[in-house]
Each structure stands twice: as structure tokens, then as C-alpha cells.
Write a protein that binds this ligand. Structure first.
Ligand code: NAP
Length: 326
């Protein structure tokens, strides 16, 4: 079978190689799946570059979320062959391949309301958004939510989940075409970080109050702007550092303005509170069935375009999710 493999760290386009390798064998608690769709995530590029919190042994196949069809189940795995599931592959055997392995415990029924690419993209971005907005920030209807990189993968999910929670959503994006995407996603107000003054725009949109919740997958300057336009008792959810710059928060500033800085590592809930991850999956499935959320897939590319797709997501020039369909 064909699989993208990384033998050394570097830029995705340079270090990902499409190779012929034997089919993997499912071990105890594992499922062999045919990959129907694998969504590209920013961490795929970080994995290639050796900058992710997990460093799988070489050679590894990137691809951290997928929708697939179960072909065979290892000992103790319950899902029947033919089931359509969404799951996180068991690195070092990731999702950018024709077939791969997933832990049976992390495999969940793919929502019927979504096609394969949409279902693949419902997992990480939407689970992260749901835990960030509801569990960490306890967002309330009528509050104002500011989403950085609102046209991106996790950003677009947070915009839709914020609207579904009854919030007013301000989306920050880089460039005109992303601004159009953010409007189509449902943002009430869109701010272009390249041309607009983010702080002034948020103050104007909130009568000077500021945003109650900020969802920040970017860090760097995005975080610096967030603390300048966060409301009294506001909550900043630290989701990621796509800008490459990890902010150093001024705790004196959090004290004088009464705001909270909330860290979010969604993956930890898989071990710390797996029941909550399953409950979230059921909630997301129901929101998708009602049409309240629908992953925005900007591009569906063949397996041969995998490395290019990972590079482009890292370069910050894509919107929504780019999905590889082997
Ligand atoms: N905490 C968690 O549990 C968790 C879970 C999933 C993902 N994440 C993190 O969330 C972040 C977003 O992931 P994603 O897959 O959804 O990617 P993405 O948002 O689709 O892509 C990153 C976006 O960040 C913005 N950006 C700003 N400065 C950038 C720069 N210097 N280089 C590249 N992009 C820049 C760009 O949007 P604009 O041009 O519109 O600003 C770009 O489209 C990543 O840092 C990822 O590691 C965290």
C-alpha cells in the first residue's frame, strides 16, 4: 500500500516521501482501517519539523485524524468490519496512507449527516473548540467571542460552535479572501489583521467593553492584542502558537483587569476524562445532524498531494480544512 513517510525532520515538502510499504497488522485493541479521508492539521507540519509535543520514531506517517472503514479488528477491539469511524491514528502509523491503524478505544461512529471529508474534520478542531469554549471558558449566550485565525481549521470550528452557543462572534483573519470565508462561516464582525486595528475594532463592536472570550490558536501578536481588548472577567483560551511565537503573559496585567488565561490541551482529555470526549462526540454529532455545525472543507486532494497540503497549511495560506482522500 502507499503511505507518506518521514525519515528525518524538516519542512514537510522536503521530508515527506510517498512510499510502498506492507499493510500494517492490527495488534490487541487496534483496528486496521481503509482511510477514506484524512484531514490536514497544523500539528502534521510540526511533527515533520520535530517541533510537536509528540516525537514518533522514524520512519513515521503523519496524519492525526481520519474517517475510515474498519477492515479488521485486533484482539479485544469491538468494532465490526465495514463500520465507518472517525479516529486518531496510532502514530507512528498516521492517516496519510491507504490503510492505517487506529486505537479501537478512540474510534467513534462517523456522523451520518457528514460526508467522509467533513466527518474526518469533525474530530480534533471541533472537540478542541467545544472543550475550549464550554469546559474551559464556560461561554454564555449573548457573550462576545473573539476568534483568531477564524477562517482556519480550529478557528472555523470555534466560530460555528460559538454561534451555536448563542455568542456574538468576531473573527480575526489575515487577508481579504479569508475575511470572505469568515463571513460565510457566520462571523458577525470580521477584522483583517493585515489592514485593521484589531483592538479598536473589538472595542467599537462591543461599545468599549471588549470580548468576553478570546479563542487564540495563533499566539504572538494575536495574544498581545487579546489582552488589550479582553472584557472585565473575560477568559482567554490559549489554543496554539501558529505564529511560532509563545507569549509570556504579564500576570500583573491579568490582575489589574480581572481576566483569566486558560490553557487548553484537548488531547489530555482522552486519558483524563474519556467519558467527556465521548459525550462531546455525541453532542457534535447531534449539532451536525441539526445543521448547526458543518466542517468547512476548502480542498479535497488525492494522496499524491499530501506533502504539498501539509506544507501549505503550515505556511498559513489555506482556509478551513484541507483533506487528503486516498
Ligand atoms: N490546544 C489544542 O488542544 C489544539 C488542538 C488542535 C490544534 N491546536 C493548534 O491550533 C493551531 C491551529 O491549527 P489548525 O490546524 O487549525 O491550523 P490553521 O488555523 O488552519 O492554520 C494556522 C492559521 O494561523 C494563522 N497564522 C497567523 N500567523 C501565522 C504564521 N506566522 N504562520 C502560519 N499561520 C499563521 C493563519 O490564519 P490568518 O492568516 O487568518 O491569521 C493560518 O491560516 C495550531 O497551532 C495547532 O497546533 C491546538
Amino acid at each position: 500500500m502507499k503511505a507518506w513517510r518521514v525519515h528525518r525532520n524538516g519542512e514537510p515538502r522536503e521530508v515527506m516521501r510517498l512510499e510502498d510499504i506492507p499493510d500494517p497488522e492490527p495488534g490487541p485493541g487496534e483496528l486496521l482501517v481503509r482511510v477514506r479521508a484524512a484531514a490536514v492539521n497544523f500539528p502534521d507540519a510540526l511533527l515533520c519539523r520535530g517541533e510537536y509535543q509528540v516525537r514518533p520514531p522514524f520512519p513515521f506517517t503523519p496524519g492525526v485524524e481520519l474517517c475510515g472503514e474498519v477492515l479488521a479488528a485486533g484482539e479485544g477491539a469491538e468494532q465490526a468490519p465495514g463500520s465507518r469511524v472517525i479516529a486518531q491514528p496510532a502514530l507512528p502509523m498516521g492517516g496519510f496512507a491507504e490503510r492505517t491503524l487506529v486505537g479501537a478505544a478512540t474510534a467513534r461512529t462517523a456522523p451520518e449527516a457528514l460526508d467522509d471529508a467533513e466527518a474526518a474534520a469533525l474530530h480534533i478542531g471541533y472537540q478542541t473548540g467545544w472543550f475550549g469554549l464550554h469546559r474551559r471558558a464556560r461561554i454564555q449566550p449573548g457573550e462576545t467571542l473573539l476568534v483568531h485565525a477564524a477562517a482556519g481549521g480550529v478557528g472555523s470550528a470555534a466560530v460555528q460552535l460559538g454561534k451555536a452557543a448563542g455568542a456574538r462572534v468576531i473573527g480575526v483573519v489575515g487577508g481579504e479572501s479569508k475575511a470572505r470565508t469568515a463571513r460565510e462561516l457566520g462571523c458577525d464582525v470580521v477584522v483583517d489583521r493585515r489592514t485593521d486595528d484589531i483592538v479598536a475594532a473589538v472595542k467599537e463592536a462591543t461599545d468599549g467593553r471588549g470580548a468576553d472570550v478570546v479563542y487564540d490558536p495563533v499566539g504572538g501578536d494575536a495574544y498581545a492584542k487579546a489582552v488589550k481588548c479582553i472584557a472585565f472577567e473575560g477568559r482567554i483560551v490559549v489554543v496554539g502558537f501558529a505564529s511560532g511565537a509563545v507569549p509570556t503573559p504579564g500576570l500583573n496585567h491579568a490582575l489589574i483587569k480581572n481576566y483569566s488565561v486558560l490553557g487548553l490541551h484537548w488531547g489530555l482529555y482522552n486519558t483524563k476524562d474519556p467519558a467527556a470526549v465521548q459525550a462531546c462526540h455525541e453532542e457534535l454529532t447531534s449539532l451536525a445532524a441539526d445543521g448547526a455545525i458543518k466542517p468547512y472543507i476548502s480542498e479535497r486532494v488525492p494522496l499524491t498531494d499530501g506533502a504539498n497540503a501539509v506544507q501549505r497549511v503550515f505556511d498559513g495560506i489555506t482556509t478551513g480544512r484541507v483533506v487528503v482522500e486516498p
